[in-house]
Write a protein that binds this ligand. Structure first.
Ligand code: FRU
Length: 491
């Protein structure tokens, strides 16, 4: 009975997707994953299964705004060219659909390949008004495409006494021979990561305790916690809410004690200095890399592409490393396979007159700033010929700060965001990943990242570099590659 309801809901979603006509609208990215139609938020169930990368995501197929959550599904051989698969989960049960009237769905979660080689998804069923509203559930697949919700659902039917009714986003991780799940929660005004363990078939979970919690400033509710080993330490990634406001995801580096289930933080940093980065999720692939993808949007930003019938995008995948204690995020190497013919513009000495290049709408640009008498550089991307439209980065080598100003970026919100870099560096490498409606900037070989959505006109494709104030700027390298992964768009 409920299997039929679930199948009907999935068929309806896929028919709607097949009939949608917004696949090629003006801001569709050249190489970022977007939903085939409708709304996308958090990445979910990021996993490698039988050699292929699977990425699920929070999905409302019927319109470009949040609605009862389904799980969209995409697959890739190389992390950068994605193909859409049928919708994986749709609300259909008492614990994820309720009476189907308001506030319900298959919320965020994760994936794991079980001992029998099946792909298992763990997700939050959320139903406003139900008691309790949020429970944890699993769905199982033999082929990696079709999923059956388990008869034992909800596999975690109530939150523990340590947590409140906010109880969501289970992230499974294998540590030693145990499978753990960290689950986001809130109690007494503090965000928490609750820890469960399962030794069996993922239908029975034992509550271990609170793995980590906010002291207050780190948020009152922790969404999408993700705990994983990184080099010889552990990392905990959290997307915090402060009251009703979603804020900026951070990573804590520290140690995890498997006996007590406690994670102890030794250092903390914001993951991304831009505005449009939330709910990241990581996975470890068959080569042992720890790879992160984030939702390239924020809840509090205007949803500009909704005019075209779709909303939400994923960042490019980043490889995470810990090198001599330094946390680094670099674009995965596969991104380079998207490069078209290189344009090497070489070294230039720049003054107040801008150095100009046309990048096209979707490009990677490497800028290497060498030792210079000018201490401040301005780099504008997606700039129109007359400069009336541009996204402006100010690189201040006196203060070690890069600011991104979206005042002239086109449609969308005006914001200023910034990241810090080591001002003592003689040379500073900036890698811009520019697309139709976004810019990700990787600073100083992955030491910092800045992700912002922008909505310029299609013909604003210039990049300019200018020295500010006295002196000149040594641009030791300027290299441009057009980037494209057109299979991200259904044909
Ligand atoms: C984070 C989040 C999750 C939740 C999902 C619902 O962006 O609020 O906590 O599971 O989105 O779509």
């Amino acid at each position: 009975m409920s299997t039929q309801t679930a199948e009907r809901a999935l068929r309806a979603a896929d028919e709607h997707v097949a009939n949608a006509s917004d696949a090629h609208s003006r801001w569709r990215p050249g190489y970022h994953l977007t939903p085939p139609t409708g709304w996308m938020n958090d990445p979910n169930g990021f996993v490698q299964f039988r050699g292929r990368y699977h990425l699920f995501y929070q999905f409302w197929p019927y319109g470009p705004q949040w609605g009862p959550m389904h799980w969209g599904h995409a697959v890739s051989d190389d992390l950068v060219r994605w193909e859409h698969l049928p919708t994986a989960l749709a609300p259909s049960e008492e614990y994820d659909n309720g009476d189907g009237v308001v506030g319900y769905g298959c919320f965020s979660g994760s994936a794991l390949v079980d001992d029998a080689g099946r792909l298992v998804l763990m997700y939050t069923g959320s139903v406003d008004g139900r008691q309790p509203p949020q429970t944890q559930n699993i769905a199982v697949s033999d082929d990696g495409v079709h999923f059956r919700k388990h008869a034992a659902n909800p596999v975690i039917p109530v939150p523990p006494a340590d947590g409140g009714a906010d109880f969501r986003d289970p992230k499974m991780v294998q540590i030693g021979d145990r499978t753990y799940a960290v689950i986001g929660s809130s109690a007494d005004g503090r965000g928490k990561a609750l820890l469960y363990a399962s030794d069996g078939d993922l239908t029975t979970w034992e509550y271990i305790g609170v793995a980590a919690e906010s002291r207050g400033p780190e948020g009152s509710m922790w969404e999408c916690p993700d705990l994983f080993p990184l080099a010889d330490r552990y990392a905990l990634v959290v997307s915090p809410m402060q009251g009703t406001v979603n804020t900026f995801p951070f990573v804590q580096i520290g140690d995890f004690d498997a006996v007590s289930g406690r994670f102890t933080s030794a250092a903390q940093q914001q993951l991304d200095g831009g505005i449009d980065f939330y709910a990241p999720q990581t996975m470890v692939d068959e080569t042992g890399r720890r790879i992160l993808i984030g939702w390239m949007q924020q809840w509090f930003q205007s949803n500009v592409t909704a005019e075209d019938g779709w909303a939400g995008a994923m960042t490019i995948p980043r490889e995470l490393t810990l090198e001599g204690g330094a946390f680094k995020q670099r674009p995965v190497g596969e991104v380079e396979s998207l490069r078209g013919p290189v344009r090497q513009l070489g070294a230039h000495e720049v003054g107040g007159q801008p150095l100009k290049v046309d990048t096209g709408a979707s490009a990677e640009v490497r800028v290497l700033l060498g030792p210079s008498s000018a201490r401040v550089a301005r780099i504008a991307v997606r700039a129109s010929g007359d400069g009336s439209e541009q996204t402006l980065y100010t690189v201040d080598r006196r203060t070690g700060r890069i600011t991104c100003d979206r005042s002239l970026s086109g449609a969308g919100d005006v914001t200023s965001s910034h990241v810090a870099f080591d001002a003592a560096r003689e040379s500073l490498e900036l890698r811009f990943f520019i697309d139709t409606c976004s810019v990700e900037l990787f600073v100083d070989d992955g030491a910092a990242v800045m992700t912002n959505r922008i909505y310029p006109r299609p013909d604003s494709t210039g990049l300019t570099i200018t020295a500010v104030g006295e002196g000149t700027l040594n641009v030791d390298d300027l290299t441009v590659w057009p980037l494209s992964a057109r299979s991200a768009i259904p044909v």
